[in-house]
Design a binder for this molecule. Structure first.
Ligand SMILES: CC(C)(COP(=O)(O)OP(=O)(O)OC[C@H]1O[C@@H](n2cnc3c(N)ncnc32)[C@H](O)[C@@H]1OP(=O)(O)O)[C@@H](O)C(=O)NCCC(=O)NCCS
Length: 223
C-alpha cells in the first residue's frame, strides 16, 4: 500500500546482526522528528507494525507523536541504539491545555491536508479512514473526570529489537522524574484491548484501570 505513496519515512535498521548496541536515553531533538513518525507507524497496530494499514506513513505520527514535541519537547525522550532512534516516550503535563492547543493550532492545517470526505484514491484502509475522521473531531478529554487526578498523558513506543531489555521502564522513569519536577499529580494513557503486552507492562509500572472504553482502557498512575 505505502509503495505508491509520495512520502517515505526513515528506514529503521536496528540490531541487524543481533549484537546489542550502545543504548542511551536522551532528550528528544528536532532531528529526531522523522524517527518519531517512523517509530510511531512501526508500533501502531496494538504494538505491531502498522505500515500495511496506512497509505500515508506520516498520518499516525501527525496525531500521536509529533505534536507532543512541538507543544512541550522537554517531556519527550528518545532511546537510541548506536545513535539511531529506536524508541521514544512523549507526553504532556497538562492534557486540557494540550487539547486546547491541538484544537486551535495543530489540527486545523492537518484537516486541510487530510480533508473529509477523504478522496477514495488516497486510501481504502478503514484504519486510516478512522484516523482521518478522528483528526476532524475536537479533543475534549478535559471533560473526563479522571483528567483532574491524572492531568498528564503519554505515549511510549520501542522497536522490537530493544523491547524486553528494561528500556521501557527506563523511559518511563525518565519521564516520571520530569513530571514530578513540575509537581504533576498523575499521568494517564490509553491502551488497546488487543495490546496485552503493553497492558502487562503498564501494570508492572504501577498503572491502574481508570476507565474502560470500547476500544481499550484508560490507565492512570499517581505521581
Ligand atoms: C510496551 C513497551 C513500551 C514496554 O517496553 P519494554 O522495554 O519492552 O519493557 P521493559 O523491558 O522495560 O519491561 C518492564 C517490565 O514490564 C514487563 N513487561 C514488558 N513487556 C511485557 C509483556 N509483553 N508481557 C508481560 N510483561 C511485560 C517486564 O517483564 C518488566 O517487568 P519487571 O519489572 O517485573 O522485570 C514496549 O514493549 C513497546 O514499545 N511495545 C510496542 C509499542 C507499544 O505497544 N506501545 C504501547 C502502546 S499503548
Amino acid at each position: 500500500m505505502a509503495d505508491n505513496y509520495e512520502y517515505s519515512t526513515p528506514v529503521l535498521r536496528h540490531n541487524e546482526g543481533g549484537v546489542q548496541s550502545s543504548v542511551i536515553i536522551r532528550p528528544a531533538h528536532g532531528c529526531d522528528l522523522p524517527y518519531l513518525y517512523a517509530l510511531c507507524l512501526k508500533t501502531a497496530d496494538a504494538g505491531a507494525d502498522a505500515s500495511r494499514l496506512f497509505c500515508d506513513p506520516l498520518l499516525i505520527g501527525q496525531y500521536y507523536a509529533a505534536p507532543y514535541f512541538f507543544y512541550d519537547s522537554a517531556l519527550c525522550f528518545v532511546l537510541t541504539a548506536d545513535q539511531e532512534p529506536a524508541g521514544y516516550i512523549v507526553a504532556t503535563a497538562d492534557t486540557p491545555a494540550f487539547n486546547e492547543w491541538m484544537n486551535r493550532v495543530w489540527l486545523p492545517p492537518l484537516r486541510l491536508r487530510y480533508p473529509l470526505p477523504y478522496p477514495p484514491e488516497r486510501t481504502n484502509s478503514p484504519t486510516e479512514l478512522g484516523l482521518v475522521s478522528l483528526l476532524h473531531q475536537p479533543l475534549e478529554e478535559s471533560e473526563h473526570s479522571f483528567v483532574s487526578a491524572y492531568p498528564a498523558h503519554l505515549h511510549i513506543d520501542i522497536l522490537p529489537a530493544q523491547q524486553g531489555r528494561g528500556q521501557g521502564r527506563a523511559l518511563m522513569e525518565r519521564l516520571t522524574e520530569a513530571l514530578q519536577e513540575r509537581n504533576v499529580a498523575g499521568v494517564h494513557l490509553g491502551v488497546s484491548k488487543r495490546n496485552t503486552g503493553a497492558a502487562a507492562f503498564y501494570a508492572r509500572m504501577g498503572f491502574q484501570l481508570v476507565q474502560e472504553e470500547n476500544w481499550g482502557f484508560i490507565l492512570g498512575k499517581k505521581l
